[in-house]
Structures are given as structure tokens and as C-alpha cells.
Design a protein around this ligand. Structure first.
Ligand SMILES: NC(=O)c1ccc[n+]([C@@H]2O[C@H](COP(=O)([O-])OP(=O)(O)OC[C@H]3O[C@@H](n4cnc5c(N)ncnc54)[C@H](OP(=O)(O)O)[C@@H]3O)[C@@H](O)[C@H]2O)c1
Length: 107
């Protein structure tokens, strides 16, 4: 297995499905994993199911919220190495998320 020790990974829509499986795999590979869920109830359930993952509230359709969430990750973890933009398919929101990530990576 490839090691992701000391890598900071952000996964959108990590509370279920492919995003959840990806978060578990990155955590098993040693990464510091930040997962997003989009409302308080799914956030609470995700925290209970996966306490080793850091959870952040984010709806990828909300450009302001994505910026705040990425800034929160960078402030806590010191940097952001990998974005897995899993939520919401190949939408315009995904493009905006990638732009926010690009800004954080250059900061
Ligand atoms: N499953 C497949 O066969 C397949 C095939 C090709 C591509 N994909 C793509 O792979 C990705 C994951 O698929 P999946 O089957 O695991 O999907 P899923 O079970 O629907 O999970 C998507 C995750 O994204 C979250 N999400 C959806 N809209 C969001 C938004 N606006 N903001 C933040 N989070 C949002 C969901 O949160 P909630 O729990 O709140 O809904 C959920 O945690 C998707 O982008 C999908 O298009 C999947």
C-alpha cells in the first residue's frame, strides 16, 4: 500500500458511498483525512462512525462555504496536499471547488 503519512487529504461528500470508502482508505494509508458532510445530522453521524477523520461542514454548491471550509483545513493542518472532489459529480460546483483548492495549495 502507498503511504500517505503526513499528507493532508480533503474529501468532499465523505459521509457515504465512494467518498466514505476513499476516506477510510486514505486514513488506513496514514493520511490526515478531512471529510465533508453537508448538514448537521450527516456531520454528527459521520463523526460518530469515523472519529479518526476530521469532519467539516460543506455544501459544494456554496462557494463561500467551500472557501471557509478549505481555509479551516489549512489553518488546522498547516497545509492541504490532496483534494478528492467526490461530491456532486462533474458539476460547476466541482470546478469552483478546484479553484478554491488551487488557491489554498499556492498559499
Ligand atoms: N456510484 C457510481 O457508480 C458512480 C459512477 C460514476 C461516477 N460516480 C461519481 O462518484 C461520486 C460519488 O458517488 P456515490 O455513488 O458514492 O454517490 P453518493 O452515495 O450519492 O454520495 C455522494 C456524497 O456526496 C455528498 N453530496 C452530494 N451533493 C453534495 C453537495 N452539494 N455538497 C456536499 N456534499 C454533497 C453526499 O452527501 P449526502 O449524504 O448529504 O447526500 C454523499 O456523501 C459522485 O460524484 C458520482 O457522480 C459514481
Amino acid at each position: 500500500m502507498i503511504s500517505f503519512v503526513n499528507e493532508v487529504v480533503l474529501i468532499t461528500g465523505a459521509n457515504s458511498g465512494i467518498g466514505e470508502a476513499t476516506a477510510i482508505a486514505f486514513a488506513a494509508a496514514g493520511a490526515s483525512v478531512y471529510g465533508t458532510a453537508r448538514n448537521e445530522s450527516t456531520l454528527a453521524a459521520a463523526r460518530a462512525s469515523h472519529p479518526r477523520i476530521h469532519w467539516v461542514k460543506m455544501d459544494v454548491r456554496d462557494g463561500g462555504a467551500t472557501r471557509v471550509a478549505v481555509e479551516q483545513v489549512v489553518a488546522e493542518a498547516g497545509r492541504l496536499d490532496v483534494l478528492v472532489n467526490n461530491a456532486a459529480g462533474a458539476s460547476a460546483a466541482s470546478k469552483s471547488m478546484a479553484i478554491v483548492f488551487g488557491s489554498a495549495a499556492r498559499a
